[in-house]
Design a protein around this ligand. Structure first.
Ligand SMILES: NC(=O)C1=CN([C@@H]2O[C@H](COP(=O)(O)OP(=O)(O)OC[C@H]3O[C@@H](n4cnc5c(N)ncnc54)[C@H](OP(=O)(O)O)[C@@H]3O)[C@@H](O)[C@H]2O)C=CC1
Ligand SMILES: O=C(O)CCC(=O)C(=O)O
Length: 451
């Protein structure tokens, strides 16, 4: 990076931190992007003159609202709802809703910021957004979740729409929650439109949307390994999380011939040296999706596996690591363990799961490392395909959607190679994803004037 680019980066980050005090996750996500883009920006003065990166880092609109609801005992509960409408340069705001006790503005702004670049990479016409609530569905009855979702959607529906902003799922928001919110939006607006994605297959949902993020990250791993003449077959894989993304990453990596040996939740991880095959994964899906239980229950059914409470799986020997739980779940120490154990490929299913210090270890040791905004883009890409099907009032077959998903992931990989390959041939997927994602949004913003 030239001195001029370094100065741009320093000045820019001073402005970001001053304008968004105390928002550590947001600063982290913005800094990573700004580091990749500083050189491109000083070499293209129009970007600096038009303050493109400052504008991308400032949400177009943020809505914060009260979500009151009645629990099963008839007591009033109050949560806080958010929608961050980050950038609409290339399409309606698009991005998931997160329901988790940790949700705050910093987390949702980092996610919405990342989403803007991710959605641009998919090549589909989608802007960036994210939302959610500090409501935690864990331990709540179905009727409590329904009452909460109805209250949340009652306010949210004023701000969203098929051509305005199209939310979907994220942590704590799956098919059940999308169904309750869609029902309430439809009732209040008296229209059946594609206002949310991740809908049920019989009422406007797309085939393969539940599978898409996990399948997409697996297709991305295939592409990464192919750059070194390799493939997933015979590889040992560690996965964190046991929710939507983790489940389908496990399914697809196993189908591609790899052996997945770990999955986790926020209480701990399981290690099954024999591999979590299709039958064992079906059991995990039952524990998590039907009984809404804990991953620890796995060892009751498969006693040869081990459960490690309050630990993450990154000390387990593997070739490939696919973090699919949450942000900053791979620390510097975890990254050092992965490296020491011979792991050579890290593909993020989660958003920003690796800390900056962990990424520095991956990159300085020339490991294959893909940031979530590239490798987990299959979920939102398939949401984009759901929007297209809704507009055209048609449904594609699972095979059609899967083949489009595969070609989108291959295309994202090619863009990363195009913009991220250094002089020594090492592919810096972070730079590649950030630069490729930025160019399209930046050029659209220039063409649309100062808005
Ligand atoms: N769903 C999608 O299509 C997409 C999701 N993502 C990202 O993938 C990640 C997982 O999302 P998804 O699978 O949908 O969510 P789910 O709610 O289905 O699953 C989340 C999993 O991560 C675990 N987890 C959540 N928070 C923590 C934490 N603080 N520490 C440890 N484990 C935690 C959960 O454990 P527990 O049950 O104990 O809470 C659960 O196993 C998120 O980063 C999300 O932003 C990215 C692209 C698309
Ligand atoms: O499908 C979507 O719209 C959003 C998916 C998502 O939240 C993400 O990509 O992080």
């Amino acid at each position: 990076m030239t001195k001029q680019a370094e100065k741009f980066l320093d000045d820019f980050m001073v402005r970001i931190v001053a304008k968004n005090p105390g928002e550590a996750e947001f600063h982290q996500a913005v800094r990573e992007v700004a580091e990749s883009l500083a050189q491109t920006i000083v070499e293209n003065p129009i970007y600096e003159k038009m303050k493109i990166l400052d504008r991308i880092a400032e949400a177009e609109r943020i809505i914060i609202f009260r979500v009151p609801w009645l629990d099963d005992k008839g007591q009033v509960q109050i949560n806080r709802g958010f929608r961050v409408q980050m950038n609409s340069a290339i399409g309606p705001y698009k991005g998931g809703l997160r329901f988790h006790s940790s949700v705050n503005l910093s987390i949702l702004k980092f996610l919405a910021f990342e989403q803007t670049f991710k959605n641009s990479l998919t090549t589909l016409p989608m802007g960036g957004g994210k939302g959610g609530s500090d409501f935690d569905p864990k331990g709540k009855s179905d009727t409590e979740v329904m009452r909460f979702c109805q209250s949340f959607a009652t306010e949210l529906q004023r701000h969203i729409g098929a051509d305005t902003d199209v939310p979907a799922g994220d942590i704590g928001v799956g098919g059940r929650e999308i169904g309750f919110m869609y029902g309430q939006c439809k009732r209040l607006r008296n229209e059946f439109t594609g206002t949310l994605t991740g809908k049920g297959l019989d009422w406007g949902g797309s085939a393969i949307r539940p599978e898409a993020t996990g399948y997409g990250v697996s297709y991305f791993v295939e592409e990464m390994l192919a750059t070194r003449g390799d493939s997933p077959a015979g590889k040992i894989v560690t996965i964190s999380g046991s929710g939507n993304v983790a489940q389908y990453a496990c399914e697809k990596m196993t189908a591609l011939g790899a052996t997945v040996v770990t999955m986790s939740d926020s209480s701990g991880y399981i290690y099954d040296a024999d591999g979590i095959d299709a039958e064992k994964l079906a059991h995990i899906m039952e524990i998590k999706n039907i009984f809404r239980g804990r991953i620890a229950d796995y060892v009751k059914e498969y006693p040869s596996a081990q459960y490690f409470a309050a630990e993450r799986p990154w000390g387990v020997k593997c070739d490939i690591a696919i973090p699919c739980a949450t942000q900053n779940e791979i620390s510097e120490e975890d990254a050092a363990k992965l490296l020491a154990n011979g792991c050579f490929c890290i593909a993020e299913g989660a958003n920003m799961p690796s800390t900056p210090a962990a990424i520095a270890i991956f990159q300085s040791n020339k490991l294959l490392y893909a940031p979530g905004k590239a490798s987990n883009a299959g979920g939102v890409a398939t949401s984009g395909l759901e929007m297209s099907q809704n507009s055209m009032r048609i449904s594609w077959t699972p095979e059609e959607v899967d083949s489009k998903l595969k070609s989108i992931m291959r295309n994202i990989h090619s863009r990363c190679v195009e913009y991220g390959t250094g002089e020594d041939g090492y592919i810096n997927y972070v730079n590649g994803a950030n630069i490729a994602g930025f160019r399209k949004v930046a050029n659209a913003m220039i063409q649309q004037g100062v808005v």
